[in-house]
Design a binder for this molecule. Structure first.
Ligand code: 5GP
Ligand code: ZN
Length: 113
C-alpha cells in the first residue's frame, strides 16, 4: 500500500535490520527498542490493524503465531518474552500496518502502562 512505512520495509524500499523472513512475513528490529531485544513481526500483506483482519487472513495469522517461537529461538529468548499488539487509538497503535512486537532479554512488568 502506498505511503505505508511497513509495506516499504516489506518491499525493501526502506532498509531494516531483518531477523527472519519468508514469503508471508518479515521480522525486523524496532527503530526505538523498548527492551534489549525488540523486533516487529509483520505480514507482507497490508492489513491496517488486528481490527481489520478477516476470515481469509486466518491462515496468515496462524502462520505468524506459529513463527513466534521460531523467531524467539533465533533471538535466544529462552527465558521468555512478551508479544504485544497495539490496536487503534486507545491501544496506541502508531503505524497502521498490522504488527506484533516481540520483546525480551529483560523482566517485563504487569499491568502495562
Ligand atoms: P505501534 O506504536 O504502532 O504499536 O508500533 C510501531 C513501532 O514501529 C514503534 O515501536 C516504532 O519504534 C517502530 N517504527 C516506526 N517506524 C519505523 C521504521 O521506519 N523502522 C523500524 N525498524 N521501526 C519503526
Ligand atoms: Zn502496509
Amino acid at each position: 500500500m502506498a505511503d505505508c512505512i511497513f509495506c516499504a520495509i516489506a518491499n525493501k524500499e526502506i532498509p531494516s535490520n531483518v531477523v527472519y523472513e519468508d514469503d508471508k512475513i518479515i521480522c525486523f528490529k524496532d527503530l526505538e527498542p523498548q527492551a534489549p531485544v525488540h523486533v516487529l513481526i509483520i505480514p507482507k500483506k497490508h492489513i491496517a490493524s488486528l481490527d481489520d483482519v478477516c476470515e481469509e487472513d486466518a491462515e496468515l495469522l496462524a502462520h505468524i503465531m506459529l513463527k513466534v517461537k521460531e523467531i524467539a529461538k533465533i533471538l535466544e529468548l529462552e527465558n521468555g518474552y512478551r508479544l504485544v499488539n497495539n490496536c487503534g487509538e486507545d491501544g496506541f497503535q502508531t503505524v497502521k500496518h498490522l504488527h506484533f512486537h516481540l520483546l525480551g532479554k529483560r523482566k517485563m512488568t504487569w499491568p502495562p502502562g
